[in-house]
Design a protein around this ligand. Structure first.
Ligand code: KG4
Ligand code: ZN
Length: 467
């Protein structure tokens, strides 16, 4: 039988919340005594060692955690583990939003070699890196496993082979140190990390989540309750950036997206007339497969031999042509985002007029052109754009730890694995896992025909309408 990482326990009288309230009068609890001691103990002084992999300068301060910075929360220490795609990441975050460490090990060499994420290779790379990455996160935070209140780990969506590495590691730590586990939805984590960086960001809010595998527009009603306004019917924008960058012969070592963004600065965004996708469909869904093909055709029709000549050795004229294609692609790719977001803002405000924030997160949200253009959409509609710093937009362990904290406090976690749980136990992974139910008026008629099995959405599981 598969072990589940999602709790059956339901709020409002959640265990963690109840324990926090019952500080003076602890009652017997199914949780281990060591966990109770940690939860009820006074907040430890914050460790002072800065992380070495990423600079603390980009990280939010305790003050930025604002209203959520209560002494009880500051006593919670969460380890977050992320292995859903090509980054092996771990972080330790305090309950009040202070980031104690952040470690990311990327698979750039594999991406260059294989031209994308090859699941088996990625799994091996995660397996090689995971122990070191987690140890480094603990060391940089100056804490040990026994200081933690729980372990949070991505259980989906993502590549099963890769997810398994992180889940296995999380369960091993949880089993040894008797820690609860929080199973985290990767895309929810991309959205919620915005609440760590912006103290004013309360539910409800609108979120655009843009990464290598996902293009989601969601209305976040409350923690664990999302309505999906739009998704991609084929490719995500990050995939289109990555493929276009590769076809343009760019240096993929720092990622296709950043390389294309850089080259586009040298180009004329109106030089190539690409069609804006899906204009005939008055919904909030996305499509990037056609734009990808248009880029391929533009390269071929100009006889640019990108296979043999990398951009670094291109002639000046050839480089200009490639820059024009890059800039034109980016203009249309982002215009497609803008058009769908404008409609989504209108839909969201109709449903929830109290919305004040527009969150944009996921790897592609680290792009400056994207941020500037979506900020216009936010301002035009009287909303505040909340975009995490780039290090928190791309995959990271902080967003997993923080989402773990949010759910842990709401009582959504599972008890530590049984001490005799076998190492080869099958775990409950959710490779295709929607965040919320589709907005009924937003269904695309240009729906993709993907038939792979999909798990019930996070929202339906939490709201108890499906298990
Ligand atoms: O969220 P993320 O780190 O991983 C996934 O969950 O997929 O997103 C990775 C995607 C990649 O496609 C990458 O090329 C893209 O985000 N990306 C960018 C930029 N930085 C990362 N795309 C455009 N411009 C960027 N600056
Ligand atoms: Zn991601």
């Amino acid at each position: 039988m598969a072990a589940t990482l999602l709790p059956t326990l339901s709020p409002p009288a959640s265990r963690a919340a109840a324990l926090l309230l019952r500080r003076t009068e602890p009652k017997p609890s199914p949780l281990p005594a060591s966990f109770l001691r940690r939860l009820l103990a006074p907040a430890p002084s914050p460790p002072v060692r800065p992380p070495t992999f990423r600079s603390l300068a980009t990280m939010p301060s305790a003050a930025a955690a604002g209203s959520r910075a209560t002494p009880d929360r500051a006593g919670l220490l969460m380890l977050g583990i992320e292995t859903s795609c090509d980054d092996t990441a771990a972080a330790v975050v305090r309950g009040d939003g202070v980031i104690l460490s952040q470690v990311v090990s990327s698979q750039e060499d594999l991406l260059v070699k294989w031209g994308g994420v090859a699941p088996k290779m990625a799994e091996e790379a995660h397996a090689l890196a995971i122990d070191q990455v987690v140890q480094r996160a603990l060391d940089d935070a100056n804490v040990s496993e026994s200081d933690l209140c729980a372990v949070a780990v991505t259980v989906g969506p993502g590549l099963s082979l890769c997810l398994r590495v992180g889940v296995h590691k999380a369960r091993k730590i949880a089993k040894t140190f008797r820690l609860p586990i929080v199973g985290v939805h990767h895309m929810e984590a991309h959205a919620l990390v915005s609440r760590l960086v912006n103290k004013d960001l309360d539910f409800p809010f609108l979120a655009l989540l843009i990464s290598g595998g996902h293009n989601l527009l969601v209305l976040a009603h409350e923690l664990g309750k999302y309505v999906q306004l739009g998704t991609t019917i084929d490719d995500a924008i990050g995939e289109a950036y990555d493929k276009s960058a590769r076809w343009l012969g760019l240096d993929m070592r720092k990622g296709g997206g950043p390389a294309l963004e850089q080259l586009a600065l040298e180009g004329d965004p109106n030089a190539v007339k690409f069609r804006v996708p899906m204009r005939q469909h008055k919904d909030c869904n996305f499509s990037y497969a056609g734009l990808k093909t248009q880029v391929r055709l533009a390269i071929e029709s100009r006889n640019i031999s990108t296979d043999d000549i990398p951009i670094s050795s291109a002639t000046e004229e050839d480089r200009q042509q490639r820059a024009n294609i890059a800039a034109s692609f980016q203009r249309v790719a982002v215009l497609h985002l803008e058009e769908r977001c404008q409609r989504a803002v209108e839909w969201a405000l109709k449903m929830k007029p109290s919305i004040k924030h527009f969150v944009v997160s996921g790897g592609v949200a680290s792009n400056q052109y994207v941020r500037t253009h979506l900020n216009h959409i936010a301002e035009k509609n009287g909303l505040q754009l909340v975009c995490p710093p780039p290090s928190l937009c791309t995959d990271n362990g902080v967003m997993i730890a923080w989402t773990g904290i949010e759910h842990f406090i709401a009582g959504r976690f599972v008890d530590p694995p049984a001490v005799d749980e076998p190492d080869d136990m099958q775990h409950d992974l959710r490779p295709r896992w929607p965040l919320g139910e589709e907005y009924s008026e937003g269904r695309s008629v240009a729906r993709s025909m993907k038939t792979a099995r999909v798990h019930p959405s996070l929202t339906s599981m939490i709201q108890g309408s499906a298990h």
